[in-house]
Structure formats: structure tokens, C-alpha cells
Design a protein around this ligand. Structure first.
Ligand code: CP3
Length: 360
């Protein structure tokens, strides 16, 4: 890591039990015995054990129960033997914590009761304080103790993706209200994403302070923007988030879907590792992101519905393309999240295959 990074606010942080894990070594571009692998949305509806423990508990409520969060986060680690756990929560949990009326509707996604469209609406987005989320600190603490040498990835939604839900009021295909504000009221937009940058930074800090050893910033829907617009309207806010967590010196991953044209800028925002969807081969992504950064990805999730030998051929293609990075700095993942109808056994087999095929 660069020596220009200032010391963590709490002084020299002790190296956690996961420091020498394959995942964190790869993230630091150190030699690894095999390529590490985890899956976005690895915890969730593809797992029968998840459906069982979630029965009758609304999504957002489940995120506030530390024992349940611990159990759900551990489920895919136990089952698939992935190299990292991702904290079970949601990108809208910090919005709920500052008082936004948000719900997650099954099969739909986050729905906001009163969308944020005006300057007056902005007042509802107050800063996030650590005391707003005692359940997050508790859940991360429980998890880190139980995970031992397996790293825990903390995460948050990036300002643009969060803004898209807040302004549209829910999921969207074309982001017309969001873009209307971005193009038509640039000052209001800048203030909105700046407030969101602060909330997101606070959410990530809470997770890191409690023991998360890497973070991922999800700008899932940033691919809706042209590079110039991203640079002007989104990059400053996302950069603010990466800068805010830089002092902790944990690897920072930045991911979005359909972001082939944005990969360079998403790296510039301050990521150590850029997540790539399946549309851009990793050797091409490496050129776009530039030297010194790692890559995460990027098997097309839908490949998992094909026969095993096809999954393995396609996974091997990903590993080969990653050799452009020079043998380290690659974290294997899907190009987007696990889908609810996926066969969990296919995912378990894929983890074993990636470990075997990349052994060195
Ligand atoms: O396993 C993990 O990856 C950790 C948990 C996690 C969830 N959401 C749990 C969840 C993570 C990292 C997220 C991030 C998230 N949430 C993103 C970024 C990742 C991405 O997919 O691009 C986004 C855009 C959201 C918003 C959101 N929350 C959506 C679109 C949905 C799906 C709606 C649906 O029902 O299909 C949710 C709900 C959600 N978040 C579920 C889970 C497991 C499903 C709800 C349920 O199980 O009842």
C-alpha cells in the first residue's frame, strides 16, 4: 500500500486474524496459493437455510438482529467454502437509520415512501452517527469473532445508486427523475450526493471499526451514466467516500453493473480493486483501470445455469484473462449477484474449481 496513506484515526490498528488470508493477500497483490473467490449476494434466497431462518421476518428487520445477521452471513461460508464473508445487510439500512421511510419489498427492492426531489426534502437526510446503528457494531463483532481467519467484507451503497432509489422512490429502468435533478438542478444534486457520501462513509467506518477487513462500495446502477456525466456529477461524491475510509488501510473495492466505459474513473475514485461485470474481459479491464489496481470478477452469473463443464470452461477463461494482472491482484467473483433460482451446489462446485484450477 502507498506510504502516503495517513495512519488510521485510532492509531496503529492491530493486524486482524484474517490479515494473512488468501483474499487479503490477493487484495494487497501478494503471492497467493490460489485465486480467492466469493460471490456478491452469496447470502440469500438461493440457500434453503436462508429461507428457513428468514421465515416471517421482514428483510430490514432481519438486518437489525445481530444473531440472525451472523447466522445468515456465515451460511454461504460454511456451505461454499468461499474465501470471504460479506456482511448481511442492505444498502438502504443506513437510510432507514437516519429516519427515511424505506421498505424492501420482496421481488421488487427498496421502496421509499416520500421520494427526495426538492431542497426542502434534503433536510430529511441528516448525518449518520455511530449510535444510530448499535446492531451493526454488534453483528460485525460477533461475526469477526466467529470467522477467525476468514475476512469479513463490509459494504455500502455509493451516492449515485442510493440517490437513484431516493429520488425515484424505488427501482427504475431509466432514472428519469434522478437524471432530471442531476442535469436540471446540479447544485441540489451535488448537495444530495454529498450528504449521501457522508452517510455512506459513516456506515463503512462503523463496519471497519467493528472489525471488517475490507469494504466494497456498490454503485450498482452507475452504468446508466456517460463517462463525462459520471466525472462531473458522481465522481466527487464517490471519491469523498474512498478518501474517508483510506486511513484504515483496508482494501477498497468499487463495483457497478454495465460500467465498462467507467472502469478507469471508478478506479480513480480511490478503489484499490475494481469490480467488473461480465461484459468486459479482465485483460481489457486491466488496461482500462491501469496499473497498480486489482480486479474482481467476472463470470456471467447466468453461466451457472449451464452444465458443469460449461461453467468450468467459462471460469477458466476468466482465470486466463486475469493473468494479464501478473498472477496476483485478482479476486474471482460473478459479474453481478447470485440469483435466487440458482442451484447452490453449482456455486459450491465453482468455488472448488476456482481453487483447483488456479492452484500455484
Ligand atoms: O450476500 C450479500 O451480498 C450480502 C447482502 C446484501 C444484500 N443486499 C442483501 C439483500 C448486499 C451486499 C446487498 C446490496 C444491495 N442491495 C445492492 C447492491 C448489490 C447489487 O445487487 O447490485 C442493491 C442495488 C440493493 C438494493 C436491493 N435490496 C435490491 C435490488 C434487492 C432485491 C429485491 C428482490 O427481492 O429481488 C434488495 C433486497 C435484498 N437485499 C435481498 C437480500 C438477500 C433479498 C430480500 C429477501 O431475501 O427477502
Amino acid at each position: 500500500m502507498s506510504e502516503s496513506i495517513p495512519a488510521a484515526p485510532s492509531g496503529q490498528r492491530p493486524r486482524g486474524a484474517a490479515y494473512d488470508s488468501v483474499f487479503l493477500r490477493a487484495a494487497r497483490h501478494e503471492p497467493v496459493p490460489h485465486t480467492p473467490v466469493w460471490f456478491m449476494r452469496q447470502a440469500g434466497r438461493s440457500l434453503p437455510e436462508y429461507l428457513k431462518v428468514r421465515e416471517g421476518i421482514p428483510m430490514l428487520e432481519s438486518c437489525m438482529r445481530p444473531e440472525l445477521v451472523k447466522e445468515i452471513t456465515l451460511q454461504p461460508v460454511r456451505r461454499h467454502k468461499v474465501d470471504a464473508a460479506i456482511f448481511f445487510s442492505d444498502i438502504v439500512v443506513p437510510l432507514k437509520a437516519v429516519g427515511i421511510d424505506v421498505d424492501i419489498k420482496a421481488g421488487v427492492g427498496p421502496v421509499i415512501a416520500d421520494p427526495i426531489r426538492t431542497r426542502a426534502d434534503l433536510q430529511r437526510l441528516r448525518p449518520l452517527e455511530p449510535d444510530d446503528m448499535p446492531y451493526i457494531t454488534e453483528a460485525v463483532g460477533l461475526l469477526v469473532a466467529e470467522l477467525g481467519a476468514t475476512p469479513l467484507i463490509g459494504f455500502a451503497g455509493a451516492p449515485f445508486t442510493l440517490a437513484s432509489y431516493l429520488v425515484e422512490g424505488g427501482p427504475s429502468r431509466s432514472y428519469e427523475n434522478t437524471k432530471a435533478m442531476m442535469y436540471g438542478e446540479p447544485e441540489l444534486w451535488a448537495e444530495l450526493v454529498d450528504r449521501l457520501a457522508d452517510i455512506t462513509s459513516a456506515f463503512l467506518k462503523i463496519q471497519i471499526e467493528a472489525g471488517a477487513s475490507a469494504i466494497q462500495l456498490f454503485d450498482s446502477w452507475a452504468g446508466a451514466l456517460a463517462p463525462d456525466e459520471y466525472r462531473r456529477s458522481v465522481l466527487p461524491a464517490s471519491t469523498k467516500v474512498f478518501d474517508a475510509v483510506a486511513p484504515y488501510q483496508v482494501p477498497r473495492i468499487h463495483f457497478g453493473v454495465n460500467t465498462g466505459e467507467l472502469l478507469g474513473l471508478m478506479g480513480q475514485a480511490g478503489a484499490d480493486i475494481v469490480g467488473v461485470d461480465w461484459r468486459v474481459p479482465l485483460n481489457v479491464a486491466a488496461d482500462r483501470v491501469g496499473p497498480g489496481k486489482g480486479l474482481q470478477g467476472n463470470l456471467d452469473p447466468a453461466v451457472l445455469y449451464a452444465p458443469t463443464h460449461v461453467v468450468e470452461t467459462k471460469a477458466r477463461e476468466v482465470l486466463h484473462a486475469a493473468q494479464a494482472l501478473g498472477g496476483s491482484g485478482h479476486i474471482f467473483n460473478l459479474g453481478h449477484g447470485v440469483m435466487p433460482t440458482m442451484d447452490p451446489d453449482a456455486l459450491t462446485r465453482l468455488v472448488a474449481f476456482v481453487h483447483e484450477a488456479s492452484a500455484r
